[in-house]
Design a protein. Structure first.
Length: 240
């Protein structure tokens, strides 16, 4: 079954309903629709182009010397990211069949920031968001076992997108998650099965996970952080 691709006006309304920086540009922003594996357009020049994920997901990947692909960053709904000339050796592409982005000219943003101090603070905000995303990735990848990594990833997703029942719709496949966690897809599947067998999570369909025992999931991400959760691990790793 093919996904429904809505018109640009639908995504503009969706963008307007989402809290994010650069709200003042919602009316004039360009809407970019991508299919799975389609590369995000690059803008010529040193400044590059900023994007905001309205729907779907985007991966930033590179090819390792052994020929395997490794995900360096994963941008989900609500994330800003920059595409510039320095990334030409790597690949930035859509993960899902219906990925929609708001597109901002880096040159225009810089010019607006030079004239408007409030807008300059918004630019700093989206830059700090990108740095925070990298820090969160380090927390996820810092797990000793695959179950640790999957648990940290699920807690991070629940914090951002989970509903009151603890249900999380996975934005990527297990193959993409394996590349993000730098493990095999078989290892990811075993980690999900192990967490389900222990009653920590329940798998609802192919892409939905329900957190059944949050304390156990939090404890999984580090034995020295019982009942502390991802925030405690993040605080521990944060430099003084």
């Amino acid at each position: 079954m093919k996904p429904i691709i809505h018109p640009a006006d639908y995504y503009r309304k969706l963008l307007a309903a989402q809290p994010h920086a650069l709200k003042s540009l919602d009316a004039s922003v360009a809407i970019v629709k991508l299919s799975r594996d389609q590369q995000v357009p690059e803008e010529a020049g040193a400044v590059g182009r900023w994007y905001y994920v309205i729907a779907g997901a985007v991966r930033y990947s590179t090819i390792r010397p052994d020929g395997r692909r490794q995900l360096l960053d994963l941008m989900l709904i609500g994330d800003f990211f920059l595409v510039g000339s320095s990334q030409r050796e790597d690949t930035i592409e859509a993960v899902t069949e219906e990925t929609v982005l708001a597109s901002y000219s880096g040159t225009r943003l810089e010019n607006l920031g030079e004239r408007d101090h409030r807008f300059a603070r918004e630019l700093r905000e989206i830059t700090f968001q990108s740095l925070e995303r990298s820090r969160q990735q380090l927390v996820v990848l810092g797990g000793v076992t695959a179950a640790d990594k999957v648990s940290a990833f699920l807690l991070h997703l629940e914090e951002r997108y989970g509903d009151q029942r603890g249900d999380i719709r996975l934005p990527i496949t297990r193959y993409d998650l394996a590349e993000y966690l730098a493990v095999s897809v078989e290892t990811v599947c075993r980690a999900f099965s192990d967490l389900q067998h222990r009653g920590v999570i329940a798998l609802i369909g192919i892409r939905t996970v329900r957190i059944v025992d949050r304390n156990a999931l939090q404890h999984q991400i580090g034995r020295k952080y019982p009942n502390a959760g991802l925030a405690a691990v993040s605080a521990e790793l944060r430099p003084n």
